[in-house]
Design a protein around this ligand. Structure first.
Ligand code: BYC
Length: 335
């Protein structure tokens, strides 16, 4: 539907392999000038094939992360400690489902179908965020996901509101508003446990922080010098801030919050560096990151199996909705 008439870029390259015609060169120049001016690209605008594929990759991975991200927290809906916390968690998990929908819709403007993308996820061929392959062992994990995971997500996603591809940028504005509520609800749940809770509850919070801290830092992706897509995505205005710079901003923002909360971040090398005006932090276990991304994390198999089950068990809902739509349309035409 909105795909390009011409494919100028071969797979894996932003430079054309054959000389461009005058018209093609003009289209490319116009596209690049608009990006250089900080302008937005709409679905019907011409774009290089590599730009389109990069967006389909990133937006679909992001959409998959939202719907797989419903699972670790969804585990706690039936076990939330109070009615208030249950209602909040239910709303949050529903929000994540909504974020998935906005993002699949944004990806569809690039000429792929949602069924195709979901098929790739269920076949284990698509990536989603590494963070959702860790287990949620206690109620404190739900608070820590809100505080650290949603906190990291916001840090990464606010710059995406200025992404050069307009439908993605528009989806991100709404998503970020909701994510900031998610982050605050997590922090609030933890604050209640740390301030009013029993020693056992405070220990539970500290244990959850110990388990989620390093995986949260991994969410920002590999270091800049090994990030295969960063340079091109930054040039195209898809990514505005690099993986390492976002990770540093997250650490700098989170350390004071940990202090207010009264928890220790599990990194003996974490300290303020006056010269850099940033917190220094220890080395991330990138072997663990790549293992999880490669499918061998603590919960990868469980998450994928749960997603496939949910899809299969929900087939009757999709069929009923389609049958209802067809019936309504037939009645409308007969009237
Ligand atoms: N996990 O060249 P790089 C959420 C992959 S949802 C898994 O730096 P890029 C939330 C990367 O895909 C959180 N894979 O890539 C939801 C690439 O592999 P391929 C998700 C990762 O794209 C519910 C390879 O490593 N947020 O917040 O330039 C509840 C090389 O990386 C990860 C988004 O998706 C990872 N952590 O930068 C609560 C935001 N990191 O494709 C919260 C949008 C990297 O070559 N996405 N990889 O096979 C982005 O901003 C960027 O895609 C990333 C990676 C910064 C994640």
């Amino acid at each position: 539907m909105y795909t390009q008439a011409m494919d100028l870029m071969p797979k894996g390259s932003d430079r054309p392999s054959t000389p461009l015609s005058a018209t093609e060169q003009q289209l490319l120049d116009r596209f690049e000038a608009r990006i250089d001016d900080g302008g937005f690209i709409e679905p019907k605008d011409w774009m290089p094939e590599h730009y389109r594929r990069t967006l389909v990759r990133q937006i679909s991975q992001h959409a998959h992360s939202e719907i797989v991200g419903m699972l670790p927290e969804g585990n706690w809906i039936t076990r939330a400690p109070t009615l208030k916390r249950k209602a909040i968690l239910l709303a949050k998990v529903q929000d994540e489902g909504g974020h998935g929908l906005y993002l699949y819709a944004a990806a569809e403007t690039l000429g792929v179908s949602r069924d195709e993308l979901i098929g790739q996820l269920h076949a284990g061929k698509a990536k989603y965020s590494s963070i959702f392959n860790y287990p949620t062992l206690t109620w404190a994990d739900v608070g820590v996901i809100g505080w650290l995971v949603d906190g990291a997500a916001i840090m990464n996603q606010v710059p995406l509101c200025r992404c050069s591809y307009a439908p993605y940028a528009r989806a991100m504005i709404r998503i970020c508003r909701e994510e900031s509520f998610h982050q605050r609800q997590g922090y609030d749940a933890l604050l209640v446990m740390m301030r009013n809770g029993t020693p056992r509850q405070r220990e539970m919070v500290q244990d959850a922080v110990n388990r989620w801290w390093w995986p949260s830092l991994m969410m920002f992706g590999p270091p800049d010098d090994v990030s295969s897509h960063s340079a091109q995505s930054m040039r195209w205005g898809i990514k505005r801030i690099s993986n390492d710079d976002l990770r540093q901003k997250f650490v700098d923002a989170t350390v004071p919050q940990a202090k207010v909360l009264g928890v220790t971040l599990p990194d003996p090398e974490l300290r303020w560096n006056e010269a850099r005006q940033h917190f220094d932090f220890g080395s991330i276990d990138w072997d663990e990151f790549w293992r999880v991304v490669g499918g061998d994390g603590p919960c990868n198999r469980e998450r994928l199996a749960d997603r496939v089950d949910a899809w299969e068990e929900g087939a009757w809902v999709r069929e009923a909705a389609l049958a209802h739509a067809a019936k309504t349309e037939a009645q409308r035409q007969a009237a």
